[in-house]
Design a protein around this ligand. Sequence first.
Ligand SMILES: [Zn+2]
Length: 288
Amino acid sequence: MFQKWKEKVIVNGIEKEIEIRKDGYWQRRCRIIQRAGLELTKEEDFSDLINKECIFCQPEKLAKFDFGMLENEVAFLFPNINPYAEYSSVCAFKKHFIKPNEFTALLIQKNLELCIEYIKKIEAEYISINWNYLMPAGASILHPHLQVVGSNYPTTYMEKIENIRFEEYVKKEIESERYVGRIGNIEIFTPFVPFGFNEIVGVAKGNIFKEYRSIAEALEKIIAFYASIGRNSFNISIYTNPLHFRCITRQNMVKYYRNDAMFFERLHNEIILEKKPEEVAREFKDFL
Ligand SMILES: [Zn+2]
């Protein structure tokens, strides 16, 4: 179900190689090209944004549920005023700006606790907890926030997962050189055909209500790893059934940056990478 092959091309007398991979479970392909500087490691100053208060700094001005807001010492959860589904909420940290290497497991766990409290209040078959960190990852507001999306209709990804042999897929990934190890109760690997740069996947048996602490512990390590390789923007989705998550880095927060989604990703549904997932797994293992 995992295949790969190579195409070769001579450019200016130099042979270039493109590795193409196909994952038969997900029916997805990616292309791994030789290093071309696709991933930004440059960091720029964006203190003008950090120093500006935002709407999430003023919870009294935010939308409320019938039951008000959910709140604890580190976060508060409120309705998304631009909902994506029947149930759509935002769980913002109380602090206006948190650097990637400052997200401790406890901080993430406390945020997830509110997301879970909200999930217990809704009736939806398909639920995910999602995170766009900084604008290159799609965040419209710098202030860090997670989002719970719940519906009785699946997303494209969720519908796909119902039709692939997910357990067999996970087993195959775990048996490969891309298996990183266990963090808490989470099995961690990098996928044969990633969805994005530096992708790390975590899979847990059981449900979100029991495993969220392990998830927070794993996410702390993954985000710290991203910070250690000079990445400051990322996406995370936690899918509640079957329980697993995917984390990818996005381009850094720099002016005039090159977007990492071009015609290949947007219109051919194919990811271009320059680092093999086996290499990401090795780097992350060394980091742990
Ligand atoms: Zn703010």
